[in-house]
Design a protein. Sequence first.
Length: 133
Amino acid sequence: MEEKKMSREKHHVSKTVDSPIGRLTLVATDEGLAGILWENDRPSRVRLNIEAEDERHPVLVQTERQLEEYFAAGCRMVVVVHPRRRIANVYRSPDDVTLLTEDDVLDGGDVVPGWKLPLSEIFPFGSGTPGQG
């Protein structure tokens, strides 16, 4: 009896939502959230095979609710860390983005006054090249 090969490719669905920082595209599989894409994201930043929109997918509905709660609580800054690239993006709005490298210090500014974190402390030693994908 021949064994059927199982496809390892995941089937992604999406839902676009409005937020205080612009339109976001939520992407999920049945296993969970796969990504949140910014309104003007480079298509190559996150490579997902989005097959369809699904406004009622349970993961996407739950993610939308959680984002609404997050922004209702007064989110003023989002930090996205890219460990393999050894960089971080600090978003204060869709148009106010700061790129930090492992040589920089993440500063809480007026959001978390006095809080500072050298990015070199969070990246594993020697695990990548700054700025490289």
